[in-house]
Design a protein around this ligand. Structure first.
Ligand code: CUA
Length: 356
């Protein structure tokens, strides 16, 4: 069959998916001690399985992986062959009566109970050890970050340093971090695969993840528990920074919002913001009217890379579209469409972008 023009991009995409990457959400490139622990569990079980196979094979390590491949082919052929045989040989035929029943084959039953049980024990022991190891609290003095899941964005609060932000968590390299997580509404799940682990956020409960990031840069993540219409639009980023870059970020985030220049477009935007609907849901430190807590704190929204649950780049164009009609970009969004005149939207955009 020749691929139709419509099919071609899909095929190319699929091939590209199997190629070189990048894979920002791979679980196989750990970037924290927690990630390494989880990755070790996977690789340890894999290599133990290989060792067991080598012993069964009589310890000939030559062509071990080729052997494993062909054994897998043999198992596949037997299973699929039996399946096809049963489907064809014992298919329903008109006029056929009830099939006769077979009961009990003690040796077989003991065999197929014992073999999986042994395999499960073999996997369960290291798994339990890892579960206990990754449930431990971070050491004293760790950076505490409160993570609050909302439909559909992430709130990150740093209670000890007085910073509140959204969707982008900043942490310093090589320092233990203790996440204390809960939800403002339904169940969400924090998952930044590079850091390891995946843990639910439930209203009325605190769940925890502790990790120490071991490489600089961005770690992509997302909500991993279906939480409503825009579950897929609930992404997050963790930015692992050097000590000095993190300190600089903290210092800037702790300040009140920038005050726009007299007579500027941003000043008009601030006025619209402070006397419009925005303040019902958003806080801007330094703007006394803006104390809403339903939506993200916007004190330094201009310093963020992304908008709307880290799904849209924080640019003038996307901000304009977001303010005008948020639900069209994030279905179910609590932020309603704002049918404002164009000049008012432009002023609001100018103001929000000035909040660096
Ligand atoms: Cu929050 Cu899915």
């Amino acid at each position: 069959m020749r691929p139709t023009p419509r099919l071609l991009p899909a095929i190319l995409l699929a091939i590209a998916g199997c190629g070189g990457g990048p894979f920002p959400q791979t679980t196989l490139a750990p970037r924290s001690d927690l990630g390494v622990t989880v990755d070790n569990l996977f690789t340890d079980i894999f290599w133990w399985a290989v060792v067991v196979f080598a012993i069964v094979e009589g310890l000939t390590v030559d062509n071990l992986f080729t052997d494993i491949f062909w054994w897998a082919v043999v198992v596949f052929a037997i299973v699929e062959g039996l399946l096809l045989f049963v489907i064809i040989r014992y298919r329903a035929r008109p006029g056929a009566g009830q099939p006769s029943r077979l009961h009990g084959h003690t040796a077989l039953e003991i065999g197929w109970t014992l073999a999986p049980a042994l395999i499960l024990v073999f996997i369960a022991v290291p798994t339990m050890r890892t579960i206990f190891a990754t449930a431990a609290r971070a050491p004293e003095g760790a950076l505490r970050v409160e993570v609050i899941g909302h439909q559909w964005w992430w709130e990150f609060r740093y209670p000890e340093i007085g910073v509140v932000t959204a969707n982008e968590m900043h942490v310093p390299l090589g320092k233990p971090v203790q996440l204390e997580m809960t939800s403002a509404d339904v169940i969400h799940s924090f998952w930044a695969p590079g850091l390891g682990g995946k843990r639910d956020l439930t209203a009325g409960r605190i769940t925890r993840i502790a990790f120490t990031p071991d490489s600089l840069g961005e770690v992509a993540g997302q909500c991993a528990e279906f939480c409503g219409a825009s579950h897929a639009n609930m992404r997050l980023r963790v930015l692992v920074q050097s000590d000095s870059a993190f300190a600089l970020w903290v210092a800037r985030q702790k300040t009140d919002a920038a005050v726009p220049a007299k007579g500027s477009l941003a000043e008009r935007g601030q006025e619209l913001f402070a006397h419009g609907a925005c303040i019902a849901c958003h806080t801007i430190a330094g703007v006394p009217q803006a104390r809403g807590v339903v939506g993200p704190n916007l004190t330094h929204v201009g310093s963020r890379m992304m908008l709307a649950g880290a799904t849209l780049p924080n640019t003038e164009e996307w901000l304009r579209r977001w303010i005008t009609n948020a639900p069209s970009l994030k279905p179910g969004s609590l932020m309603p469409a704002m049918p404002l005149p164009e000049d008012q939207v432009a002023a609001l955009v100018a103001y929000l972008q000035s909040l660096q």
